[in-house]
Design a protein around this ligand. Structure first.
Ligand code: ZN
Ligand code: MN
Length: 495
């Protein structure tokens, strides 16, 4: 029996992702794409698959797909076509799905992900456009209901190489992909509504006594939360190594690849079917749709629509303003927030203070309101000016937080709010000195540390500054306070 120390293993993960495009209408008909509408109220002869109904391609869906392909650094096919994928389920009444088989619209791209293991490149094999199926509903005992509103909704299917080697990397990849499609505006990326569905292909390369073998691949179907992606991958990693170690009759080639589902409540994957029973989809070219030709000038016009993407945006903020990367990731988390930051920066305030406000004040406030900073509804001008007020000592950092809370519901300028809330810092030196005296008298140990303990002096001085802010009810000018404390400590260390 091999022990843990005799073997090494390396996780291997690739992804298949379905992204629902944010078009107004479906892929091949004029029915509205609408979540939560009365069942079977957004259907027509085309998406119901009635005989004689003819599909017409949605140009916007195609353009969004090409835009995404470009953002994924893919090559865009100059000619692409549609295929029928035979598929017999009640949720797709045509009995086939219109998809793209051998000529996907985009191929051979990559995404660079940042994870704590450093940067990693995930290669994109292909991206193609296809229609979604409807929904089977199992709410009523003894029968299955079918809602065909979703049937025909445009989906962009993205397939990666198995370039991911940890659950953390998978998490980084999926969140980054969601951010990318929302920046591009091609999808709302709403996971709760199933607008992004992740299917990881997972196996493990195990090396024991110098020989490597690979466990069969599990494909975990339809994950619609990042937490589920992480959980399913971690679970499969453990399970596959465990199976290999404990099953004496383990012969890799006798084990088929599997489709599995994720049980969110129990935190386990569940066997669905072996892949040897995979359907023969009998793809053949769709006779009712013409192939799509992509010409250079049109492609150039789509390329011109590419916005500044999150990675480039992060790099710019980090380089131009020397901001910490982890703070920048909060700012660029969605396009509205990143745009708001740029606009606020132009309105005043230093990048450093504004960043602190975004990370420590605005992001938590937005979270309380189920919004992002960018959709919270606070004017960029006001955000910038609040940061500027902290920079010039008009208000303290503590006061800024209180003012910010008020700004969420008030159209008033931060200056007016500071005034009406009584938070404008006292600029009077004599008054500030009184507060400093009080803080020194009440905190003798901190004063001693600040004067004579080099290890603690900085922290003790900061503590005293905080005490002055507290005593003053947040009204002391932080800059002036700092100066007075420093002068007083210097005096004491001399005397
Ligand atoms: Zn329709
Ligand atoms: Mn698909």
């Amino acid at each position: 029996m091999l022990t843990e120390s005799d073997i090494t293993h390396r996780l291997i993960v690739g992804f298949e992702i379905h992204v629902q495009l944010a078009t107004r209408t479906k892929l091949f008909c004029n029915c509205a794409v609408e979540y939560g509408a009365t069942p079977n109220s957004r259907v027509c002869p085309v998406c119901l698959g009635l005989p004689g109904a003819l599909p017409v391609m949605n140009r916007e869906a195609f353009e969004s797909s090409v835009l995404t392909g470009l953002a994924l650094n893919c090559r865009i096919a100059t000619r692409t076509k549609w295929d029928r994928k035979s598929y017999y389920y009640p949720d797709l009444p045509k009995n086939y799905q219109i998809s793209q088989y051998d000529m996907p619209l985009a191929h051979d791209g990559h995404v660079d992900i940042a994870s704590n293991g450093g940067a990693r490149r995930v290669r994109i094999i292909r991206a193609h456009l296809e229609e979604d199926a409807g929904k089977n509903i199992h709410d009523v005992p003894g029968c299955t209901l079918v809602d065909l509103n979703r049937t025909g909704t445009p989906l962009l299917e993205i397939v990666t190489e198995p370039d991911i080697h940890s659950a953390d990397e998978a998490y980084a990849f999926c969140t980054q992909l969601q951010r990318l499609v929302t920046y591009l505006g091609v999808s709302h990326g709403n996971m709760q509504q199933g607008q992004m569905r992740f299917e990881p292909n997972i196996n493990v390369a195990i090396t024991a006594r110098g020989a490597e073998c690979r466990t069969p691949i599990s494909e975990v179907k339809n994950l619609n939360s990042f937490k589920a992606v992480r959980g399913a991958i971690e679970y499969e990693h453990r399970r596959q190594v465990q199976d290999w170690r404990t099953d004496p009759g383990y012969v890799i080639k006798e084990r088929p690849n599997e489709n599995r589902g994720w049980d969110d409540d129990r935190g386990v994957t569940v066997f669905q079917r072996g892949k040897e029973a995979a359907h023969d989809y009998r793809y053949f070219p769709e006779p009712d749709l013409v192939p799509v030709e992509v010409d250079e000038s049109w492609l150039a016009s789509v390329r011109a629509r590419l916005p500044e993407l999150p990675a480039a945006r992060s790099a710019r903020l980090i380089n131009d303003h020397a901001l910490p990367p982890e703070d920048v990731s909060v700012i660029v988390s969605d396009q509205a927030t990143a745009d708001l930051f740029d606009a606020a920066l132009a309105a005043g305030g230093s990048a450093t203070t504004l960043t602190k406000h975004f990370v420590n004040i605005w992001a938590p406030l937005a979270g309380d309101h189920d919004a992002s900073v960018g959709t919270l509804g606070v004017a960029a001008e006001h955000l910038g000016r609040l940061a500027g007020m902290v920079d010039d000592g008009t208000v303290s950092a503590t006061a800024a937080k209180q003012i910010a809370e008020r700004m969420v519901d008030s159209p008033d300028a931060p200056e007016a709010l500071a005034e009406s809330m009584g938070l404008v810092a006292v600029q009077d030196t004599d008054q500030t000195r009184v507060w400093v005296d009080e803080a020194f008298a009440a905190n003798e140990q901190a004063v001693r540390d600040a004067v004579s303990n080099p290890k603690k002096s900085k922290k003790a001085a900061g503590f005293l500054r905080g005490q002055v802010m507290r005593i003053s009810g947040g009204k002391a000018n932080p800059k002036l306070t700092g100066e007075l404390i420093e002068a007083r400590l210097k005096e004491m260390s001399r005397g």
